[in-house]
Ligand binder design. Structure first.
Ligand SMILES: *[C@@H]1O[C@H](CO)[C@@H](O)[C@H](O)[C@H]1NC(C)=O
Ligand SMILES: *[C@@H]1O[C@H](CO)[C@@H](O)[C@H](O)[C@H]1NC(C)=O
Ligand SMILES: *[C@@H]1O[C@H](CO)[C@@H](O)[C@H](O)[C@H]1NC(C)=O
Ligand SMILES: *[C@@H]1O[C@H](CO)[C@@H](O)[C@H](O)[C@H]1NC(C)=O
Length: 265
């Protein structure tokens, strides 16, 4: 379902920020070769940041400290066994444009699993504590044509419920992801940032930090309040255990993580 490459994107932000600082550390009084980088958590975000930071800092040897509360690394990249069945504990989806995390999984020889068509056409239900407020038809037939018809009717159902808001939400997510992608540009073509604020302003992401996700989606993107109440809240809750009152930037990252997954049904 909706997952959290989000946290990774944020760490990636941290990473993009940290690397130029390291590379320019000789010119700052607080830096130097004895700089220490502290990373909190050794999930895929923290451990990949440590890895790439080491790899990119070829001329410097920053001391990297990772703080991890568990005895093993990996964070939520794990399976838990409950009643004899294995479940993903988290990090079950990586955003395909999260290139560092994706390269990191290659390095660890992890292989991706493409959802089978029966899994991806699974029906959607949203439970509000008392009953289902949204419930699509279940397309689990062996007949492709039946699944297509069911998914067509589900599309109409969602359109009647949310209007163009789903499309607008997808547009907002694409736009935000594209802003993030600017950080992949090499330091030859982008500035070296002195502060988080400067870095976010450069990519056009700073304004999102001054409002809640809800404010941005209502006033900026003009989404139907119903979509925010039902779907957006579900996404922020699953990813971060928060409501749509979460910071606009964190919320946008959260939605990016849920990306296409919903639109596919
Ligand atoms: C990921 O790996 C590919 C293939 O080796 C490489 O071309 C690309 O630059 C890497 N991306 C990042 C962000 O390191
Ligand atoms: C991944 O596979 C390559 C080639 O088989 C191997 O050299 C490398 O040690 C493996 N990496 C890990 C982390 O297991
Ligand atoms: C951010 O907000 C400021 C002040 O309201 C505005 O001038 C600027 O155009 C906004 N930037 C973006 C990228 O929306
Ligand atoms: C979100 O913020 C609004 C306005 O500040 C507040 O009334 C509401 O209770 C908050 N919702 C949650 C779930 O925190």
């Amino acid at each position: 379902m909706f997952m959290l490459p989000l946290k990774i994107l944020i760490l990636l932000l941290f990473f993009c920020l940290t690397f130029p600082q390291i590379s320019s550390s000789t010119s700052t009084s607080s830096g130097g070769d004895d700089a220490t980088v502290c990373i909190i958590g050794s999930g895929i975000g923290g451990s990949s940041v440590a890895h790439f930071l080491r790899q990119y800092s070829t001329n410097h040897h920053p001391k990297i400290l990772i703080f991890e509360r568990h005895a093993i690394v990996g964070g939520r990249m794990a399976t838990v066994t409950i009643g004899g069945d294995a479940f993903e504990a988290g990090a079950s989806i990586l955003h395909p444009k999260n290139y560092h995390a994706s390269n990191y999984t290659d390095l660890l020889n992890l292989t991706g699993k493409i959802p089978s068509s029966s899994e991806s056409s699974i029906s959607l239900g949203i439970w509000d504590g008392n009953g289902f407020v949204v419930k699509t038809l279940n397309a689990n037939s062996n007949w492709g044509i039946v699944n297509k018809i069911v998914s067509f009717f589900n599309g109409i159902y969602l359109f009647i419920r949310y209007g163009f808001s789903l499309v607008k939400m997808e547009g907002f997510v694409d736009e935000t992801v594209n802003k993030f992608l600017k950080y992949y540009e090499g330091v030859e073509t982008r500035p070296v940032f002195e502060s988080v604020e400067e870095m976010l302003k450069w990519a056009g992401l700073f304004n999102l930090t001054g409002k809640s996700l809800k404010e941005e989606l209502v006033d900026g993107v003009k989404l139907a309040p119903l979509l925010i109440k039902e779907l957006v809240t579900v996404i922020t809750r699953i990813n971060y255990g928060q409501s749509a009152n979460i910071s606009g930037l964190a919320g946008a990252v959260s939605l990016a993580g849920s990306g296409g997954g919903f639109m596919g049904c």
